[in-house]
Design a protein around this ligand. Structure first.
Ligand code: HEM
Ligand SMILES: *[C@@H]1O[C@H](CO)[C@@H](O)[C@H](O)[C@H]1NC(C)=O
Ligand SMILES: *[C@@H]1O[C@H](CO)[C@@H](O)[C@H](O)[C@H]1NC(C)=O
Ligand SMILES: *[C@@H]1O[C@H](CO)[C@@H](O)[C@H](O)[C@H]1NC(C)=O
Ligand SMILES: *[C@@H]1O[C@H](CO)[C@@H](O)[C@H](O)[C@H]1NC(C)=O
Ligand SMILES: *[C@@H]1O[C@H](CO)[C@@H](O)[C@H](O)[C@H]1NC(C)=O
Length: 357
């Protein structure tokens, strides 16, 4: 009796100790949203334990040589997740004759260097572990490391995404990615479709602390009339870069610290020096202005919300388990089987269709 009571006391102490450890760890670790079914932080622990260090080491050198690569990789993960879920479909090359993409859809300016980096990483990971790490996971890890390498927060990435089989069509892309000319009302309605809210919008847009934009993305604020919400000196600077419509020049998204992942983007907005309408309107609209103001003076608050929101974004409509595939080449779906002399999938598909008739 006495011994079972003391055993109980010991057990209780152990439980309390564990609980206090866990809460101390939680206080140190980032605030994270719930995990999607099928994803876990330790997904490759047995099959490719070195996956994360391979990605980080590669990007450390690559970003040192080209700081723009960090911005490009962050943007690719965003486009991947917003358009039919984080399934790596943004990485697929166009196969059909989709000329319509030339009308400058929101993602025409994704940088080829970033697609190449992801394919290079795919090859390194395949060499180390075989075909186990998905392209969608590589994109998520590359975006995470890019943020860190640019001076931003480090955060854990839930892993186990599978790669989709088909790219999205233009209608889907246009319905999923808001234009830079959007106001907050429009932005919130796009984000609501994928269960993201106003705090997610403000924090994720903070990624515009990195990278560049082409004149076409903001020229409607300069011509034919100047957007009155834009700082006049800033407008003058932009007009030097974009003296008329249809110029192909670029400018930095964040005028203060263009290559550092920090909260200066929000200071830009406070000074009416946000580049896109979609940026600046967050400082005009009452639903987002308090958060913009908070992030401008509190970088830790920005980092905390960015981490929460980007992990959430990274789990949108993921394929898991035996859905989709692990692509061998991130820019093309796998052929039926490359390990033997089977016919390519396109041929098999045609045969299958013929048999079904
Ligand atoms: C909320 C709606 C958003 C809109 C309307 C938007 C729009 C744009 C546009 C138009 C560009 C410039 C493209 C060009 O002219 O070259 C751009 C660049 C960029 N965006 Fe966004 N974006 C949004 C959200 C996001 C999110 C959520 C992220 C990531 C978490 C992100 C990360 C970036 C980055 C890093 C760049 C620079 C890319 C580079 O330098 O290659 N954006 N965005
Ligand atoms: C744009 O995004 C879609 C869907 O993610 C992708 O299929 C397409 O290849 C992308 N286009 C370019 C030019 O990157
Ligand atoms: C585009 O893809 C969506 C989703 O797969 C589909 O519902 C739609 O019919 C397609 N539209 C066109 C024009 O192909
Ligand atoms: C936001 O933009 C939409 C679409 O252009 C427009 O219909 C709406 O009136 C705008 N809302 C505000 C508050 O400006
Ligand atoms: C932008 O383009 C114009 C004309 O195409 C060129 O004259 C000008 O030097 C460019 N400005 C910058 C800042 O690149
Ligand atoms: C810009 O280019 C578009 C499409 O190429 C064209 O329709 C438009 O007239 C051009 N605008 C100017 C001012 O040149």
């Amino acid at each position: 009796m006495a011994s079972s009571a003391s055993a109980l006391r010991v057990l209780l102490l152990v439980v309390l100790a564990l609980a206090s450890c866990a809460s101390a760890a939680a206080a140190v670790a980032a605030r994270t949203p719930p995990l999607a079914n099928g994803l876990s932080f330790e997904f490759y622990k047995a099959t490719c334990p070195q996956a994360e260090s391979i990605v980080f080491n590669f990007l450390q050198d690559a970003v040192r040589n080209d700081v723009g690569l960090a911005a490009a990789l962050v943007r690719i993960h965003f486009h991947d997740c917003f358009v039919q879920g984080c399934d790596g479909s943004v990485l697929l090359d166009k196969t059909g004759s989709t000329d319509s993409e030339k009308i400058a859809p929101p993602n025409v300016t994704l940088r080829p260097t970033a697609f190449k980096a992801i394919n290079d990483l795919r090859a390194l990971l395949a060499k180390a572990c075989g075909a186990v790490v998905s392209c969608a996971d590589i994109a998520a890890l590359a975006a995470r490391d890019s943020v860190q390498l640019a001076g931003g927060p480090h955060y854990p990435v839930p892993l186990g995404r599978r790669d989709g089989l088909t790219p999205a069509n233009l209608t889907t892309i246009l319905g999923a990615l808001p234009r830079p000319t959007s106001n907050v009302t429009t932005l919130l309605s796009f984000l609501a479709k994928i269960s993201l809210d106003a705090d997610d919008l403000v924090a994720l847009s903070g990624a515009h602390t990195l990278g560049i934009a082409h004149c076409v993305s903001f020229e409607e604020r300069l011509f034919p009339t100047q957007d009155p919400t834009m700082d006049k000196w800033f407008a003058g600077q932009l007009k030097l870069t974009c003296p008329a419509l249809n110029i192909t020049n670029t400018t930095n998204n964040d005028i203060r610290t263009p290559n550092v992942f920090d909260n200066k983007y929000y200071l830009d907005l406070l000074n009416r020096q946000g580049l896109f309408t979609s940026d600046q309107d967050m400082h005009t609209d009452g639903r987002t202005k308090p958060t913009v103001t908070k992030f401008a003076v509190d970088q830790a608050a920005f980092f905390d919300q960015y981490v929460f929101s980007v992990i959430k974004m990274g789990q949108i409509n993921v394929l898991t388990g035996n859905q989709g595939q692990i692509r061998n080449d991130c820019s093309a779906p796998n052929a039926a089987s490359s390990s033997n002399d089977e016919l390519p999938w396109s041929v098999l598909e045609t045969v299958a269709e013929t048999l079904a008739l």
